[in-house]
Design a protein around this ligand. Structure first.
Ligand SMILES: Nc1ncnc2c1ncn2[C@@H]1O[C@H](COP(=O)(O)OP(=O)(O)OP(=O)(O)O)[C@@H](O)[C@H]1O
Length: 347
């Protein structure tokens, strides 16, 4: 899949602004971003449910949208899974799965075998005769998944497929979809606003925002090294503290420090420190001073939120893994393991 300069406007609003994006065959890409950032718009352009205002889309080396060229959805070789399952209520489970095969002119005998095969793949062996309405939400989404993969599409598109399901089911089905995609080796684009889902499923995650891709990276890299403060703030996988550097001294949460920075010291000015919760430890002297605001026990430690003294008022908090229980309001001092700190530019 290759997008070049892909642009989509609604009236004055530019939702996608000259987006370039590539995905190798057999890989899974998650599109992650806040509500309204254009995830669904991008998916619709890929599916052929909308025409881009500018730019091009190539699938399997073939241009399906571009200057003067537009291949309709049914000729793009895609499978789609939607949030609301979108099963046809007048067809049985098997009828739903068979439908795209019938549309593609498969032979009857081949269709029956393939329907059984994909229903077994999604854990619904022997359920072909059932009415979709008699199934649970999770089972209905499995039928939709079976229908999407039945014709062996070159590209699978998912639009928040798990958001109507409860948490336990979401997690287990997410793992199953991930396993299935790898087993089939299908290229997939998966839209979600759930970070955990994106990290669990995808080889690559594109964080969308401000009309473009803020960062495209593997989950580990996004979590460990977000490209900038906006990405880190959206992902919430670590602590983010505004900081100010002037002549080697760092202004941080009301204190001035002269840290041994592990990174090349950037030019003087404003930025953010980014570090994992485990980079903080309690000390009796020095460090950042703050007040415990909330605490929750998690196997082996207390996940603790500490409110710092921001230099110019307002709220500034860090998350810290403490070995013991603290009372809300208790004063603490936290030292930072500077070897685990990154400096992030503002945007
Ligand atoms: N047909 C349309 N006409 C006008 N504006 C639209 C249309 N479709 C989407 N938009 C606007 O474009 C922006 C991006 O919408 P889109 O549905 O792609 O966002 P999203 O990232 O998928 O959001 P969500 O997570 O809430 O589904 C939104 O501001 C939306 O209101």
């Amino acid at each position: 899949m290759e997008l070049r300069g892909l642009t989509q406007r609604y009236g004055e609003r530019v939702v996608l602004d000259a987006v370039d994006l590539g995905l190798d065959a057999g890989r899974v890409l998650a599109l992650l971003g806040p509500s309204g950032c254009g995830k669904t718009t991008l998916l619709k352009l890929l599916a052929g449910l909308a025409r881009p205002d500018a730019g091009s889309i190539r699938l399997g080396g073939v241009e399906v949208a571009g200057a003067g060229r537009f291949v309709p959805p049914e000729r793009r070789g895609l499978g789609m899974v939607f949030q609301d399952y979108a099963l046809w209520p007048h067809l049985s489970v098997g009828g739903n799965v068979a439908f795209p095969l019938q549309m593609r002119g498969w032979r009857k005998a081949d269709i029956a075998g393939r329907v059984d095969e994909v229903l077994a793949l999604v854990g619904l062996a022997g359920q072909a005769a059932r009415n979709p309405a008699s199934l649970s939400g999770g089972q209905q989404q499995r039928v939709a998944l079976a229908r999407a993969i039945a014709a062996r599409p070159a590209l699978l598109l998912f639009d928040e497929p798990l958001s109507n399901l409860d948490r336990d089911l979401r997690e287990s089905l997410c793992d199953e979809i991930g396993g299935l995609l790898r087993e089939l080796g299908t290229t997939a684009v998966y839209v979600t606003h759930d970070h955990e889902e994106a990290f669990a499923l995808a080889d690559q995650v594109a964080v969308l925002g401000e009309g473009g891709i803020r960062q495209l990276a593997a989950p580990e890299q996004l979590i460990d090294a977000p490209a900038n403060a906006a990405v880190a703030a959206f992902l919430k996988q670590g602590n983010l503290l505004p900081a100010h550097l002037a002549a080697g001294a760092m202004g941080l949460a009301g204190d001035t420090m002269q840290p041994e920075l592990p990174f090349g010291v950037p030019a003087d000015g404003a930025g953010h420190l980014y570090f994992p919760q485990s980079a903080l430890r309690a000390v009796t002297d020095g460090g950042l001073s703050g007040v415990v605001r909330a605490q929750r026990y998690r196997a082996g430690h207390y996940a603790t939120t500490v409110r710092l003294r921001p230099p110019a008022g307002g709220e500034l908090e860090v998350d810290w893994l403490s070995a013991r229980r603290h009372q809300p309001g208790e004063r603490v001092r936290l030292a930072l393991d500077w070897t685990r700190v990154r400096w992030l530019p503002a945007a």
